[in-house]
Design a protein around this ligand. Sequence first.
Ligand code: NAD
Ligand code: UGA
Length: 460
Amino acid sequence: MDFNIKKICCIGAGFVGGPTMAVIADNCEETIVTVVDINKQKISDWNNSDLKLLPVYEPGLEEIIDRRRNKNLFFSSKVEQAISEADMIFISVNTPTKTKGVGAGKALDLKWIEASARQVAKYAKGHTIVVEKSTLPVKTAESIKKILEAASFNNEEKQFYVISNPEFLAEGTAISDLQNPDRILIGGENKKAVNKLADIYLKWNREEKIIRTNLWSSELSKLTANAFLAQRISSINSISALCEATGADIGEVSLAIGLDQRIGSRFLNAGPGFGGSCFQKDILNLVYLCNFYNLREVAEYWEKVIDINSWQKERISKIVVEKLFGTLTNKKIGILGFSFKANTNDTREAPAIQICRNLLEEGAKLLIFDPKVKPKQIKQDLINTNENDENIQVCTSIYEISKGVDAIIIITEWKEFKDIDWSLMKKNMRSPSWVFDTRDIVDDKEIKSCGINLWKLGSY
Ligand code: NAD
Ligand code: UGA
């Protein structure tokens, strides 16, 4: 395999494919990077001259796109052409939970992975390194290899090398995570192929950051990392409920335990439950795999992480109803934050969706504000509640959500929510007024001095 990687193709221009390829293109100016997608609208949005309209919002992304787009970074819907010209192909397509058939509700739906592998098998030319970038169940490379080997059988000219290179970026910090990753994991049998990919990362990373493993360890490490991270959140959220019952304070408990170096301080923020497209689907997949390998106890252990996460969202909704005298009928409630975390426009599995649905079901009218999520997206996420649209009003400013509301719930930790003038908000609110802070954003004294009742997650 004595060729240089001159052209890279990435199948999937989503939250991972777009930012990851942008950072590769930015660091490897000699390499042509083409990101392809079957979604033509998405490609057109990536090519939009107004950088504010890119399909993904990430701090620092616009600058890189501005620098590299149409120089050595291209977004295209010509999937076949990009595959046929590439020396290295990243598969970065979506792998959501299956909704029907065998493993429905737990296993990952690999139809987009299989379709990508078949396209690569058909259109790739010469020797091609195929990189699994999507998060996949352990052993998926076996299926990808089978599809590719069928196309390269008895054909010395056309050869494939499959390697695994899971992505660990978090949304909202994707660019800095990509520019300065904790580690880069590459799993594969063919050392030369592994080294070709390592060479790309070495353009801006030190060798010590690169971990080389076998394929299966690489695939499984990704699922395990997400399961461990999510487990920390469920652990701290479970303790937040105990704090509320006893007078302990979750912020103080997090600080106290996090200073133990064996525990560490990160990922100990209690909140409304983890959201995002991956934690839940990846743990469900882990549960499915454990059951598949007859490891029932292990499956049950990880399933509890998800149970606590769902319980946290239900618990918060119930507390709001209880505090507002047991009924929300015709009451207005302001919602601050809809994305699943700050600094992203992504709402997939956002805790706000479930909490809003619960409140709508109780008869509330919602006034919702998020600095980055488009109104259309918010409505789309809530529409199947069978509630009519009149009960959902998407606002364009923080202060607008306070008009006539009995309560305001802070669900996402956007930094602008820290600077709210609560005396102004209070003027618009109905009395008695409530603020429900699920992210430890507000200053207790300030809220109380404005005559607003405060419920803070994890506080007495
Ligand atoms: P996404 O839905 O944002 O993007 C996937 C894209 O792939 C979509 O635009 C879709 O149209 C496209 N696609 C699907 N099949 C295709 C095909 N055959 N040809 C061309 N394009 C095709 O998903 P994402 O959030 O980018 O996640 C991708 C993968 O990365 C998933 O496996 C996910 O678990 C993993 N991951 C995600 C994150 C994250 O923060 N979002 C982080 C690490 C890993
Ligand atoms: C997560 C992982 O952090 C990434 O390493 C991984 O690559 C990615 O999933 C993936 O595979 O998709 P992401 O979901 O983008 O990244 O964001 P996180 O920062 O992990 O937050 C996930 C959820 O947990 C958010 O809803 C966030 O608000 C919540 N969270 C996080 C807490 O409630 N408390 C915390 O202390 C940290």
